[in-house]
Design a protein around this ligand. Sequence first.
Ligand code: DAU
Length: 342
Amino acid sequence: MRRVLVTGGCGFIGSNFIHLLLAEEPDSAVINLDLLTYAGNPRNLEEIADSPRYRFVHGDIRDPVQAEELVGDADWIVNFAAETHVDRSTKESAGDFIRTNVFGTYVLLDAVRGTNSRARFLQVGTDEVYGDIPLGVYADESALPRPTSPYAASKAGGDEQALSFYRTFGTDVMVSRCTNNYGPYQYPEKVVPLFVTNAMEDEPLPLYDGGTQVRDWLFVEDHCRALLLLLHEGRSGEVYNVGANQQPEVTNAEVTRLILRALGKPESLIRPVEGLRPGHDQRYAVDCQKIRALGWEPTVDLEVGLERTIRWYQEKRDWWEPIKSGEYREYYRRQYGSGEAG
Ligand code: DAU
């Protein structure tokens, strides 16, 4: 049995990864270490919670004792645990971003080095580390990190910690850098589930800065398949970009209109807002030839993926309605200046 330690497995991408791993790799068992901060939700895994191949551990990647105990007999370690929302890193203190995304990654790596030098460590990263990319340019893995937000800088710090362990100690480490994900179980602070659920409730969609920005939307399952492939086939010490490479590229305004059309809602729900995201990057775009050479490619079209995602949020009101009525309401008021959270 292959033992896989997943950190942050109650979050959006982590829980999608655990579902895929358990479904597709019958010889794998998962330990999920999660602190259950605001975006971690055990309900994401309720269907597999009783599986003999799954164990949940409530804890913190920054705790070296717990880290050592758990990495000790893992074959693979996949680090999803992170603070992930750009707006929270600019509006509030970014201290937790540094403590989790940089220091937490270091603690895990150090535990691997100290207790289990044969483990494979995958650091799940983001294309945001490359910063704003000019039109026509695609950042490949050799591009220097030039993160804009405190969030992106903290993820770049985690990546560099991981790569330093490969260079210094020969730890079997890889870093993936993925573009924007969307799909089931995404916390409704991120733009796709925020706009889907607000539109379902006829609440305004706060579209930042004219909606001209370009993101490369990838359906979460395609991302998780890329991670599985890397764990099997990726080369130690390497960075791999993962993205949909949509052609033509789509702006935030276009994604917003696709959502509204799919839901049969009017464009008058769009509320243009300025200045809520300081340092708002205009465009992200990555060159994905390296992972494509391993045999991976995206399989879900944006329109199809959005339809699947919208259907999920329509069927799972009991998942997101309690979220939107809790801590989220206070966050929404701070971020958007209104108590209305859809
Ligand atoms: O590129 C990968 C990154 O994608 C991940 O590393 C991050 O963890 C993840 O949050 C995501 O970052 P973004 O900042 O691109 O995602 P977000 O959903 O916050 O915003 C996407 C775009 O939509 C961005 O241009 C800002 C805009 N936006 C966002 C929100 C929340 C709006 O127009 N209105 C909003 O209310």
